[in-house]
Structure formats: C-alpha cells, structure tokens
Design a protein around this ligand. Sequence first.
Ligand code: ATP
Length: 601
Amino acid sequence: MSSRDSDAQRAANAEAPRIENLLGRIGSLFAPHRPLLTLTIVLVLVDAALTVVPPLLTQQAFDRGLFPKGGPDLPVLLQLVGLMILVWVLSAGLGIWQTFLTATVGNRVMGAMRVSLFRHLQAMELGFFTRTKTGVIQSRLANDVGGVAGVLSNTVSSVIGNVVTVIAAFTAMLLLSWQLTLIAVVLLPALAVAQRRVGRIRARIATQTQESLSEMTAITQETLSVSGILLAKSFGRAESENARYAAENDNQIRLQVRQAMSGQGFFAFVQIFLSVVPALVYLVSAFLIQGGADITPGTIVAFTTVQSRLMWPLMGLMRVALDLQTSGALFARIFEYFDLVPAIRDRPDAVTLTDADRLGEIEFRDVEFHYPGAAGRPTLKDVSFRIEPGQFVAFVGPSGAGKTTVSYLIPRLYDVTGGAVLFAGHDVRDIAQESLLEQIGIVSQETYLFHATIRDNLRYAKPDATDEEIASAARQANIAGTIESFPEGYDTVVGERGYRLSGGEKQRVAIARVILKDPAVLVLDEATSALDSVSERAVQAALDTASRGRTTIAIAHRLSTVADADVIHVVERGRIVESGTARELTGQGGLFARLAAQQSA
Ligand code: ATP
C-alpha cells in the first residue's frame, strides 16, 4: 500500500479523538500564562454579570418610569436611562480589553506550542524524516497548530463569559417569573444531546480535512520544489501532477463543504426555538394573568429581552462546544507528534569530547545494523575496523553493500543493533550528540545549500567566521576565484539547494563550508562521483586540502580516487570482505582486484 493510500485509509478509519481526554493537556498549555488568564477571567465575569443589569433596569423603566399609576415619572426615567447607558459603555470597554487579553494569551500559547513542536521535531532522529513526507510534517506545524489558534484564544473567554451570562440571565428570568422560565428551558436537554452528536461528526470530518490538507501540502512540497519540478518537466508529467493536485483539491472542497454544513440544521433548529419562545411567553402570560399571577407589562418586556439576550450566549456555547470537539482532532494530531520519542537521545551522563580525547580515532566492534522497520538480513553484519587519527580510510564495494550506512553510524545518525561504534575511545551512545557531530564533517554527492548568499551558506558552519576566514576557506576549497568572478561575489544568492551553481561549484562551496567547520573527521560520500573529469580534478584538489591533518573516510565507486588510502575496506552485502592498501588488494586477486579490472576496462 502506498503512503498515499494509507493516509486515505487512515482518514477513512479515523475515530474522532475525544476532546474530553485532551482537556487536561490543553489546560496545561495555559499554565505559564496564569496571571493574564486570571485577569481575563475576572474581566469576563464582571462583563457577564453586567449584562443582567439592563433588562432589570428595563423592567423598572416600564413599571416605575413609563407606566406608574399617576402617569410617566420623568426624573426616575432619566436616572434609569442614564444608568443603562453607563452599563453599556462600561461593558463595551471591558469587551475591548478582554478581546486584547484573550488574543494575547491565545497567540502566545499557540506560538509556544509551535516553537516547542519545531524544537521537538529537530530532535527527532534521521530515520523519522526518511519515513515521513516533508509536506506532512510541515502541515502539522502550519495547518494543525494554526487551526487551533482561534480555539485557544476564543474558548476560554467564550466559555466563561457565556456560562456566566447564561447563569445570570436565568437568574434574572427566575426573578422575573419562574413560570415563564420553565417555557424557555423545556427543550434544552434535547439540544444538548443533539449537540454532542453533531460535535462527533464534525470532529471526524475535521480529522479527514487535516489529513487531506497535509496531503496537499506534501504534493506541493514534492512537486513545486526544484528537484520535483525538474523531475516533472523531464518526464513530461506536469499534467498528471496537475491532476493529482486537482483530485486532492476536490476532496478538500468536498470536506470543507461538509464541515461547513454539518450542524447547520441543528443551529437552525436552535435559532427557531429561541425565536419562538417570546411568542409563547405572550401567550402563556395571558393565561397566567387570567389565573391571577402578578405579571406586569414591564415583566413581560424585561423577560423577553433577557430571553432574547440569552440566545447568543447559548448559541455561542454550543458553537464553542462544537469547535472544541472539532479542534480535538487537531490537538490530537499535534500531541501525536509531541509524543514521538526521538529514537536517539543523549544519556543523562553523556560525555562532551575535549581536545584531550583522541578525536580522530574511530572503531567499529562487531557492528550489526538493521534499518528500523526493514525486514530481511541485516544491512551490516560483523563489521569491525579501527581508524587511527589522521588516517585516510576508504570504503569501496558494489552498490547497496552498506558503505553509506557505515558512515551514518559514526555520527550516530542511527544506533547500531549489535556491537558498538567508538569515537575517541567512547561508545558513541555515551557521547553528547552535539559534541559528537561537532567533530564530524560530511561532504556527500547530494549537496544542500540554503537559498541565501554564499557567505551565509558558509557561515552556517561557523556563525562567527570573519570575512578573511571565509575567503581563506574558499581559497582552500578551490572556489574563491569563481565566487569572486560573480558580480556580487560572496553576496551572490544561490537558489534553493544551490541550483544556480554547477554541480562542481556547489560541491566546492560545500567543501569550503566543511573546512570552516574544521572537524576532526571528514566523511566523503561519493563526493566527486557526479562530476566530469575537469570538475572532479578541481573538487579532488579541494578535498585533498580539506582532508589534510584530519581523519578522512572516503566512500567511493571510482577506485582511482582512493588509490592513496592508508587502508581500503571492501564491503560486500554488509560485511567487510577485504582490507588493505590498493597495492595489497590488487595483489590478492579478490573482489577489489575484480572491480579495479572492470573499471580500467
Ligand atoms: P551505494 O554505493 O549505491 O550508495 P551503499 O553501499 O552506500 O550503496 P547503503 O546506502 O549503505 O549502500 O545501503 C545499504 C542497504 O541499506 C541498501 O540495501 C539500502 O536499500 C538499504 N537502506 C538504505 N537506507 C535505508 C533506509 N533508510 N531504510 C531501509 N533500508 C535502507
């Protein structure tokens, strides 16, 4: 099953995550903002309490100001109207302040969540990224975290404010007339049940929508990148890529419409119910008054006012409950990433390497390695060798033999499944990762340059490098002349992945970057294999300079490039089958001799 199919399958099977199970975790996100949150809650409470006052003033205005026994009483009416205006102005001011506070808290919580998710993903092991589509990861950061932003900022104030308003309004209604209040609440339990059902449906659609959004991001990311567009153009696949995008887009439209429509019937019903109540109130009031109840015109006007003002908070609460259920799906997706435990972590007592260690010394002891999740025989088996500081060691052998894998185990990009890898006498699992990676520079066939100036790309290796150090590294890497011939020199912006430079130029920029980093160990993985012979000579010269005084590990197909190695290990099907100098190995007449003979032929 392709990953695309499995995404779709997952979306179809997706059991809507229950927000109830996530509330504690969501609440803990707010913990650092307790003071602001408390202030917000106080404002919300005051504001909500204030909303009950005007209807009570209305009742008074009717019964004591407009229609008292002896005709209208203007002074009383003026007082009451003045009070009403004051309450409204105060309430509006509080509302603005409250919006500011909730937006601040909501966005801070979301911002903190985004940064910690980014940090968490940075800590994930390489294997995670080889298994997961880049676009899918980007989508969780952008679409899912962005999607809960509104919920984070609105929910707290909305829930508290509306609950208080509803309670206050009910109190006011009960104070005015308990009989009329009964009419207004009779259908509420039914609404609550319906609301839960609608919420579940919406949560399921939200999960599917986010899955589809992340699939679209993945397609965009794969297709509209330099490599993707090159592939699509060179294979004439533009149309089929368009069709793939359009199909997912149709799916997205369908889901968005479903999401927009789900619950609309429910809301319409609630609205009708709340609008019909005042009419019922008039009707019932007539019977109550006939039965001798004390219901004045002021009571009826005040009651219907409160009741209609109850409509919005009630609708608001129902919407929030639905939004929360919907956002449960998004929160679950975010927490799912937070719950990923990096397979490769520092031990609590991890050592930091110092110059006192034999920094260029590497040893493999009976290493066995299986790629996580890969079936079949191990990729490496019984691999043992030792590299002394400053040695030039090469790994050669047929494609797929496991040479690159050897180079991954030294910087601990993966953990061995058997045996041990030692660096400077320490098991690499005992060394702080940052400290280990600082000692290792890698130049591979696939050079990655940022869309930034050449200077910035070089500084990536050493942020405090002076211009002189940068120029010196470029000279050693044989690229200074080329860079200086560009009109903008070191400030030339290279395109994403360095596509404005030729393969050989990019490679030499990468070598200059490694020279600036100045690691104890240099790993060259097929660093020159993609180049023509002129470029290769330039890059090879740069590499010779770069490897001077460091342990150098070269992985090569072209045996001529490693003829000078102190030791060559020949790898075949995950094992080292021969070791020695080029001369010794040629003399042995084994695999190396056969490969050499093939290449010279
Ligand atoms: P080449 O000379 O073609 O680059 P290599 O000798 O460097 O080959 P490796 O890249 O080390 O070979 O791969 C060794 C084996 O491990 C191959 O069979 C490959 O398919 C497998 N392999 C590589 N990366 C992974 C991965 N991330 N997950 C599972 N298997 C992998």
